[in-house]
Design a protein around this ligand. Structure first.
Ligand code: ZN
Ligand code: ZN
Length: 380
């Protein structure tokens, strides 16, 4: 365990020094392939330019996937760490370097235990999580269609090392994005009678859209709508032609997501009509709400406790996570791993405590190993 920890720390610090944004994970991909290759772990070829799929174990048995994301963020690091990012404006501020390293560690352990595996573990080193790209892109390759269950994890700066946060059911939101472009008729600020002013229309729309969540969706549900950008005009005596608002609508279930989108569109269109303006509404669906399957979550919880982790009931979060796409048609579980309390995810001072690495690898490997054994017993 100590040797594994040392090996993983070296890999982690190297990845941390060399962050790459989504779809650009060329060095990280090469590094992962090299480390898997050194241990004779079989790579699965696929046509997504970055990211790695690999197999360990018995292909005649059930297949379970373990997923880590690999991409960094356009953030300038301010941790002052000796292994801080060497690339200006880029940083592993979401701990995906930790995830990649922990999965490599799990791969090393699983390779040693390969003869005992009751099925196959598919390793997923996924690109482009932050840009809502990689999970769907890898699913679209068809190389994951044989996977029975998906497991993944994320660093958590609210939990101590040695703690896991696990909760069945909805845990993360659909981070959808919307934009409304309002068109009126510009003119002189002194002559409203000859203009159609988009500014009061925008003001009403901002207030009306607050009702989508407040008055139309059950208060028991976790939902949020935020208008995060509102712009119009560029001087004091000209009535502008256009106004634009942008924001995010986040829900925890597909039903509320559908309802929210429909009510948002209707509300924006109605307000625009009331002001004689035209509204062009763009609603961009990002990843789905992330919903943990009850049985797989209970299993992940049990394995965590058996390995000596403190397991707490994870709080829900309105942040999005594209691991949700793997759970569209298949069961699975997404776990939060304590990496030491400190600045939040995406913060320039975020640090994932590397002392949690080997234990996290042990957890992933044991979870996959035991789950495969369990699935095999169901088949017999
Ligand atoms: Zn992130
Ligand atoms: Zn992340």
């Amino acid at each position: 365990m100590e040797r594994l920890q040392e090996t993983l720390e070296a890999i982690f610090m190297d990845l941390h020094r060399h962050p790459e944004l989504g779809k650009e994970e060329v060095r990280t991909t090469a590094r992962v392939k090299e480390l898997l290759g050194e241990r004779n772990i079989a790579i699965v070829e696929h046509d997504v330019p970055t990211g790695v799929l690999a197999n360990i174990g018995d292909p005649s048995g059930p297949v379970i996937a373990l997923r880590a994301d690999m991409d960094a963020l356009p953030v300038t690091e301010e941790t002052g760490l000796p292994y801080a990012s060497e690339i200006p404006g880029k940083m592993h501020a979401c701990g995906h370097d930790f995830h990649t390293t922990a999965l490599l560690g799990a791969a090393m352990l699983l390779k040693e235990r390969e003869d005992t595996l009751a099925g196959q573990v598919r390793l997923i080193f996924q690109p482009g999580e932050e840009i809502n790209y990689g999970a769907q892109a890898l699913l679209d390759t068809g190389k994951l269609s044989d996977v029975r269950e998906f497991y993944g994890l994320h660093t958590d700066p609210n939990l101590d090392v040695g703690t896991l946060g696990i909760r069945p059911g909805p845990i993360m939101a659909s981070p959808d994005r919307f934009k409304v472009r309002i068109t009126g008729k510009g003119g002189h600020g002194a002559e409203p009678q000859s203009c159609i002013d988009p500014v009061p229309c925008m003001a009403s729309m901002i207030l009306a859209l607050q009702q989508v969540v407040a008055r139309r969706i059950s208060p028991i549900s976790a939902c949020v709508l935020s208008i995060t950008r509102a712009v119009s005009g560029n001087t004091w005596n000209v009535t502008p032609e256009h106004a634009e608002i942008e924001g995010t609508l986040r829900t925890m279930t597909d039903t509320e997501r559908d309802l929210g989108e429909r009510v948002l569109r209707e509300t924006a269109a109605s307000v625009a009509k009331a002001y004689d303006c035209n509204a062009e509404i763009t609603y961009l669906r990002q990843s789905r709400p992330l919903v943990n399957s009850p049985e797989q979550t209970a299993f992940a919880d049990r394995v965590g406790r058996e390995l000596g982790f403190t397991v707490i009931a994870q709080e829900m979060s309105m942040i999005g996570e594209d691991f949700a796409m793997y759970l569209k048609d298949k069961p699975g579980c997404f776990v939060r791993v304590g990496t030491g309390k400190g600045p939040i995810l995406h913060h320039p001072q975020f640090v994932a405590d590397r002392r949690a690495l080997a234990r996290t690898s042990e957890y992933l490997a044991t979870l996959a190993q035991r789950r495969l054994a369990y699935l095999r017993t169901l088949e017999e």
